[in-house]
Design a protein around this ligand. Structure first.
Ligand SMILES: [Zn+2]
Length: 246
């Protein structure tokens, strides 16, 4: 393939711009915020599940407390009713009186026991409610941290997009100065090797960093200026410049 030396040199500008574009694409994929957001999302899901579990437990205890309080009320109502009967003087038989007094005493003991149960449930419920508040706070903090990381990611992406658009614009300009067949070869090599063209600098290919043999250098020296050369080692287009050492 033949191409004017200036057009060949423009390949180096193109390769430089492509390498900038590659670095930008790599930065886009490896933004630290992406891992941060991923980790926050996982943590949020874990905490959200724990909040639901803690809320269920607190709800169960609230129902348990209501049930125990209603048991206390029932016993108290029954004791009050018995006490009223006793106070009314309607019961006169000593045996019935003794039985009534015994029942009242038994109901009071029962009420005391049930009130202990209520207190015990209330303590557990306070602990459960406090756990819910703690988990909700941590869940909300995680959501806020994720949202902040998303904002930082978006700002970084916007910056990268701006730079990428700038590089793309310059690339389009450079590409117009390169003949179609040479550009096509460059694109094919870029696809295959990541970089399509490299400078020959002080007898060394800048693509693979391999020094050319004396025979190879002599072959290049003898080659016409518009001959499109390839590195024997890495197959990239080898571009001659005044720095080539020819
Ligand atoms: Zn090479």
């Amino acid at each position: 393939m033949k191409a004017a030396p200036d057009a060949q040199k423009r390949l180096l500008d193109l390769a430089e711009l492509d390498s900038v574009a590659d670095r930008l694409a790599h930065r886009r994929r490896t933004l630290p915020e992406l891992a941060e957001i991923d980790e926050s999302s996982k943590q949020y899901a874990r905490l959200a599940t724990q909040v639901i579990e803690a809320e269920t437990e607190a709800g169960d205890l609230a129902r348990e407390q209501a049930k125990a309080e209603s048991d206390v009320d029932a016993v108290r109502t029954r004791a009050d009713r018995d006490q009223k009967r006793l106070d009314s003087g309607a019961v006169t038989s000593p045996r019935d009186l003794a039985s009534l007094q015994s029942e009242i005493a038994s109901l009071h003991r029962r009420q005391g026991d049930l009130e202990e149960v209520v207190l015990e449930i209330m303590e557990r419920r306070e602990a459960a409610d406090s756990k819910v508040r703690d988990l909700v706070a941590r869940r909300d903090e995680t959501a806020a941290a994720r949202s902040a990381a998303e904002d930082r990611r978006d700002a970084a992406l916007k910056e990268i997009d701006k730079e990428a658009a700038d590089v793309q614009g310059r690339r389009t300009g450079v590409a117009t100065e390169i003949p179609a067949d040479l550009l096509k070869l460059y694109e094919k090599l870029r696809e295959q090797y990541g970089v399509g063209a490299a400078m020959l600098r002080h007898g060394r290919c800048q693509g693979c960093k391999v020094a050319l043999s004396i025979a190879e250098m002599n072959r290049i020296k003898a080659a016409p200026h518009d001959e499109v050369l390839r590195c024997e080692e890495c197959r990239r287009i080898l571009v001659r410049t005044p720095e080539s050492g020819l």
